[in-house]
Design a protein around this ligand. Structure first.
Ligand code: ADP
Length: 506
């Protein structure tokens, strides 16, 4: 694609491994109708490297006029896109996956730069999963099947799956490429066009993905806007031509999006917060579970995950040993420059988030009876002195009414509490507004499976706690959301509607 606006450097065709140069090249534009275009208002906002506090790019600051242009383009493009055979659409999305794989390292570096997530432990993993998701959905075109329905001998009665039209997708900053892929891939394969509004903190890597995919897709089926929530996100969810909303973010904003969907009577998928319990029994495989706790807590992502195991319940006989082993293990993790291969843990994404996390830590530290096990060490490199680093903290001695046990912190803070009885720990685990994910660690699969059935969560894993995987339905209950993502079911249920056609053959 060689389209670019005046004053904007065209993004390079070949993978560009220098994320600073790539960030500059992607500055100041949306991608609408296959073209780079600046915001109609000409406004931009800064994109800052959270490891240094230095601005690395500017993003176009979209508003209702940009939203309208993107949605109109998408609505036009969707008509022809929907007419393509489903397998052809899938094949094009599959080709996009191959191109994204070629650009995996470039995307990994760019996402590390804008979000502060460590390259080796986090950003490369995310970029890999993104390509995998597009590949998975690319192969599902022929699964957009209907049914024949037995009605009467002389009446042929069938159902067909039809796309919904223009999908408005709003994404957050923590795993923006992956969460975008979960929405864009099934929406496109099902024959919809998509307008994405990226998160203020992470507009660049998703813009690059959109541009790469626009080299393969017809112009207008995949559009990318950047901007603030109320000024750019709100007009997108309210636009009359947007026929489906899909959102990942906070419960508060999720309710705004759901209200907009209710107003227009259109379907909505919501993936909101979590306060995911991890339940550890004394008979678990101890070392595997300690290392499982580190990954479950997503410490390498500074705990910025809605599935982070931010409440860990450990059976009393191994409680002290578990806390000590986990503290030791987190102590060995290296905090530093996200782009450095040696770094395990990068930064928090923004100053606002840092303040919020610090507030929780302060409150926990001041709570009578609580102990804060502060782990790892702040980086000493002077170049990082303005970086948004924060040491992981493991709290013990907090009770279940603490805000740290009840609310989503979205930072490297977990609370460990002892338990004595399975029934009691189940009740505590379920005593939450949220119901996204949970994990159980035990060699007694009878107990494990029994609790797995009774935990109020969309995803329960026993003896592992993996991140989102293609082909496995992902999505929460209670305030954690509505609907599923990542699976065939998600594509069929959330990005198509079923039409019944009846033919009376006399
Ligand atoms: P976080 O606190 O993690 O940033 P938010 O729910 O505020 O979570 O943000 C997630 C996404 O929702 C971002 O892309 C943000 O810009 C967008 N957003 C925020 N407010 C609104 C709104 N009123 N309407 C639509 N989108 C919004």
């Amino acid at each position: 694609m060689d389209t670019h606006s005046p004053g904007h450097t065209a993004a390079p065709t070949a993978p560009l491994l220098d994320p600073f140069a790539l960030a500059k090249a992607l500055s100041g534009v949306h991608l609408i109708g296959g073209e780079y275009v600046p915001a109609r208002s000409g406004r931009r906002f800064p994109v800052v490297n959270p490891a240094t506090g230095i601005q690395v790019a500017e993003a176009a600051e979209g508003d209702a006029a940009d939203v309208d242009a993107a949605v109109q383009n998408a609505a036009r493009a969707q008509k022809d896109w929907a007419k393509l055979p489903a397998r052809k659409r899938g094949a094009l999305v599959y080709q996009c996956a191959a191109l994204l794989k070629e650009h995996q390292e470039e995307l990994s570096r760019l996402i590390a730069l804008e979000t502060g997530k460590a390259l080796r432990t986090e950003s490369r993993v995310e970029a890999g999963v993104v390509a995998d998701i597009f590949e998975f959905f690319g192969g599902l075109g022929s699964e957009l099947k209907g049914e024949s329905v037995p009605f009467a001998p002389n009446v042929l009665s069938v159902t067909v799956r039809e796309p919904l039209g223009v999908v408005g997708a709003i994404i957050p900053w923590n795993v923006p490429m992956l969460l975008m892929a979960l929405k864009v891939a099934p929406a496109l394969v099902a024959g919809n066009a998509v307008v994405v509004k990226s998160a203020e903190e992470a507009p660049l890597a998703v813009l690059r993905i959109c541009e790469l995919m626009n080299r393969i897709l017809p112009p207008g089926v995949f559009n990318m806007l950047s901007g603030m929530g109320p000024e750019c996100g709100a007009p997108l969810v309210e636009h009359p031509l947007v026929k489906k909303l899909t959102f990942t973010g906070s419960v508060e904003t999720g309710k705004i999006v759901a209200r907009a969907a209710a107003e227009k009577l259109i379907p909505v998928t919501l993936e909101l917060g979590g306060k995911s319990p991890m339940i550890v029994f004394a008979d678990c495989d101890f070392d595997k579970t300690v290392s499982g706790a580190l990954t479950s807590m997503r410490f390498t992502r500074q705990g910025q995950s809605c599935t982070a195991a931010s409440r860990i319940y450990v059976e009393r006989p191994i409680f002290d040993r578990f806390v000590a082993a986990m503290t030791d293990a987190v102590n060995t993790m290296v905090m530093g420059d996200p782009l450095d291969e040696k770094t395990d843990i990068g930064t928090i994404v923004s100053e606002g988030q840092l303040e919020k996390v610090r507030g929780f830590i302060e409150e926990g530290t001041k709570t009578p009876g609580a102990t804060a096990h502060v782990c790892s060490a702040m980086p000493t490199d002077p170049a990082l002195k303005k970086g948004l680093f924060i040491q992981p903290v493991i709290f013990t001695g907090l009770t279940k009414d603490s805000r740290l046990v009840r609310e989503e912190i979205f930072g490297p803070v977990t609370v460990i509490a002892p338990f004595d009885e399975p029934e009691a720990v189940l009740a505590e685990a379920n005593d939450s507004e949220y119901g996204l994910a949970a994990s159980l660690w035990t060699n007694n699969l009878k107990v494990g499976l029994d609790l797995a059935h009774r935990l109020e969560a969309g995803l329960v894993q026993i003896n592992q706690n993996l991140v989102v995987q293609a082909n496995l339905s992902y999505g929460g209950v209670k305030s954690s959301g509505l609907g599923k993502e990542a699976s065939l079911e998600a594509m069929l249920e959330h990005f198509t509607h079923k039409k019944t056609i009846m033919v009376n053959m006399g």
